[in-house]
Ligand binder design. Structure first.
Ligand code: ADP
Ligand code: 5GP
Length: 189
């Protein structure tokens, strides 16, 4: 029988591609698959809980943690800072299961430098028009933040060929099945 080896998976893709939706579905069927909670300086959205959705930090606190070398990676994304805390990765890797970091392209390449064995997976929307529809349907963006996110999307998508695998999120069930099988493939290698 193949040996299952816990791995670090980095999942990126433009805002609205479906990363959060797909990862939540996969974790519902594999609850031991870890997910880091990132820190951010952006304001919480309705329903987001501090310490669960993100650690919501002030600009000063985020800067203090950079100076204290507390981040595995961090980046400015859509006008706010986001980062993965060393404490999140070490405590969750210690649980002995694979771990997902859902982070942007800049952070993904920082993680790959620090952990060359990390697997980078890109979630791609079927088109920019569909991406816009999904962001509008999600109802979390103002006209201004929507246009910032769409403007960044093309730049992010142009980097997909530097990822180990790309999953196109057209039909949600297919995308979830594909991501689950990509994760298992790497855990067996
Ligand atoms: P991300 O985490 O990449 O920013 P979300 O997971 O929040 O994206 O998804 C953006 C929106 O698109 C959500 O409203 C979600 O329900 C919807 N969505 C995700 N995947 C699909 C899909 N395959 N088909 C239709 N709608 C989708
Ligand atoms: P949102 O504001 O929609 O929650 O996230 C916006 C973007 O920030 C997404 O592309 C997401 O992947 C990215 N992001 C979330 N957490 C982190 C993180 O810890 N580090 C980096 N580099 N990007 C992150």
């Amino acid at each position: 029988m193949d040996r299952i080896e816990p791995k670090l998976f980095v999942i990126s893709g433009p805002s609205g591609a479906g990363k959060g939706t797909i990862v939540a579905r996969i974790r519902a069927s594999r609850p031991n698959l870890g997910l880091t909670v990132s820190a951010t300086t952006r304001e919480p959205r309705e329903g987001e809980v501090d310490g669960v959705s993100y650690y919501f930090l002030s600009e000063e606190e985020f800067s203090r943690r950079i100076d204290a070398d507390q981040f595995v990676e961090w980046a400015s994304v859509h006008g706010h800072r986001y980062g993965t805390l060393v404490s999140e990765v070490s405590s969750k890797l210690a649980a002995g299961s694979s771990l997902i970091l859902e982070i942007d392209v800049q952070g993904a390449f920082q993680v790959k430098e620090r952990f060359p064995e990390a697997v980078l997976i890109f979630i791609m929307p079927p088109s920019l028009d569909v991406l816009r529809e999904r962001l509008e349907m999600r109802g979390t963006e103002t006209a201004e933040t929507l246009s910032v996110r769409l403007a960044n999307a093309e730049r992010e998508m142009a980097l997909a060929d530097r990822y180990d695998d790309v999953v196109i999120n057209d039909d949600l069930d297919c995308a979830c099945a594909e991501l689950a099988s990509v994760i298992e493939k790497h855990e067996r290698n």
